[in-house]
Design a protein around this ligand. Structure first.
Ligand code: AMP
Ligand code: MG
Length: 498
């Protein structure tokens, strides 16, 4: 390592996962990319993590981001996990195309994993090549950064590089590596890996690690494993509520794609809805609609039950007691989810007070939107202005196939707003802080990816990232990014591209 370039101090790694027993991972150095080339460095995130963005973008930094140079302090490893994939249990999965370099402590004092995704095969690659194509890498970059800006807990994207190699999918495609940053990469499936082997010590070791890293507040609870489970359930309930409130569809909610930290993880065929249709499925591999938009809350419940099962031996003094604790924890999920959803939907509608029929009011709007193919994001965004001026109703009604469908609801809504009083301008401001103007719409994501992959042009990608990472701002000149697709632009299917 050349000290003169400053690379030695690029990451101040402080690794803890690498201290866990060997059964938790496989150590290996990332295979070097042939001819790496930088696509993007996330300067803001780099700064948040205490990293020098210029150094990251330097030839030495690009070497690190592409696996060519192992940075000082890295202890590269691939994590092992298991998981239910579309309901079927697979006892061993693991990082098949990702290598954890190590952990850094950000300026905010929080510990985060730094991982190279798409850098080549690992012992867990099974039949895969361990690589990633540029398209899915850009897709994850765009969507994860937009999610973060929308205030949704998520893994982040620190950088993307081209490897200079081709990966073979249906056709040869440019290979790329995403540098992913996460609170941790521990999944429901990580617990399942040890539980499936009857390795109670492994489960306990993992749970203790998770408590120390993610839920230190439960450390002293009488039943600390139950307290940890409650915390994970709470975070997941809130996460899924946020997805639902913003029209996000994950697409592959397998238990190995559910993070214990409560962050959104593993962006594959995910997408935001344009028109509000609760049964929407984009993923080409989700033929039964298991992970449809409106199934997400109950799928999360199911996944969390799988997590609870792994903890049964730790939850009580015997199996029966453990089962009772597990069940009680899991049974609390629906009310946690509903509370998070209801609080969020109140903010979306500008309801300052809590009233018993709030959910019915929201559902009535959603039903009318569904029946009239209204654009999800635009309807709520324009509602912010309608809260101040009835004249804006014209804009909202236009989004409904039968505009009168909005009118019937608007009367009830206004009646409710009037009855609780409050300042209309303040209401608009608070509504605008939760109802985005800009989401990474599928047709824009496709457009950005196509230009980058087919023509090597990344300017559309960069613009899209810029626009969607300020989702709540009016951005004069960027209006077309707020618009729904025209009929010929609609993207009906998304692919994980692995
Ligand atoms: P996913 O559905 O993308 O979360 O991936 C499920 C599993 O397949 C994980 O264990 C991944 O590491 C693995 N995997 C996905 N794509 C590849 C690939 N190209 N090469 C090797 N393993 C992969
Ligand atoms: Mg995954």
């Amino acid at each position: 390592m050349d000290a003169a370039t400053g690379l030695d101090s690029l990451f101040a790694f402080d690794n803890t996962y690498a201290r866990l027993p060997d059964a938790f991972f496989a150590r290996l150095a990332p295979p070097p990319a042939a001819a790496p080339q930088l696509v993007i460095v996330n300067e803001q995130l780099a700064q948040q993590l205490g990293l020098d963005p210029r150094l990251l973008a330097s030839p030495g930094g690009i070497g690190v981001l592409s696996g060519k140079v192992l940075p000082y302090g890295a202890e590269p490893l691939a994590m092992v996990y298991a998981g239910h994939q579309f309901g079927h249990f697979v006892p061993q999965l693991g990082d098949g195309r990702a290598i954890l370099l190590g952990e850094v402590i950000g300026r905010d004092g929080l510990r985060r994993d730094v991982q190279l995704k798409g850098c080549g095969p690992t012992p867990f690659s099974r039949r895969g090549d361990g690589r990633a194509a540029l398209g899915p890498v850009l897709r994850e970059y765009i969507i994860s950064e937009a999610m973060a800006a929308l205030g949704i807990p998520t893994t982040r994207s620190l950088a993307a590089v081209l490897t200079g190699e081709e990966v073979l999918r249906e056709m040869p495609l440019p290979g790329a590596i995403l540098t992913r940053v996460a609170s941790s990469h521990i999944r429901v499936g990580t617990f399942q890996f040890f539980a499936a082997r009857g390795d109670v010590d492994g489960v306990r070791r993992l749970a203790d690690y998770v408590i120390a890293r993610h839920y230190p507040e439960v450390g002293r609870a009488a039943n600390r494993y139950r307290a940890m489970l409650d915390c994970v359930i709470e975070r997941q309930a809130r996460l899924i509520a946020q997805w639902m409130l913003l029209g996000f569809i994950h697409g592959v909610m397998n238990t190995d794609n559910m993070a214990i930290s409560g962050e959104t993880i593993d962006y594959g065929p995910c997408a935001f809805m344009d028109t509000y249709e609760p049964a929407t499925v984009f993923s080409s591999i989700d033929r039964m609609g298991r992970y449809a938009y409106n199934n997400q809350p109950s799928i999360a419940h199911w996944n969390l039950a799988r997590l609870a099962e792994t903890l049964i031996p730790l939850l009580g003094s015997d199996k029966e007691e453990g089962l009772i604790e597990a069940r009680a924890a899991i049974d609390a999920y629906p009310s946690k989810y509903e509370a998070a959803y209801l609080a969020g939907v109140r903010r979306k509608l500008g309801l300052l007070q809590e009233r018993p029929d709030d959910l019915a009011l929201a559902q009535d709007l959603l039903d009318r939107m569904a029946a009239n193919k209204a654009d999800f994001t635009l309807t709520f965004r324009q509602l912010c202005d309608a809260a101040v001026s009835v004249e804006v109703d014209a804009e909202v009604r236009r989004l409904f196939d039968a505009p009168a469908a909005f009118d019937g609801w608007a009367v009830k809504w206004r009646h409710r707003l009037a009855s609780e009083g409050g300042n209309a301008v303040e209401r608009r401001t608070s509504m605008r802080a939760v109802n985005p103007a800009y989401i990474p719409r599928n047709h824009r994501v496709e457009e950005a990816i196509t230009a980058a992959v087919d023509e090597g042009r990344t300017s559309i990608f960069e613009t899209l990232v810029q626009v969607t990472t300020a989702p709540f701002d009016d951005q004069p000149g960027s209006e077309r990014y707020a618009e729904p697709p025209q009929s010929h632009q609609i993207v009906h299917q998304t692919f994980c591209g692995t």
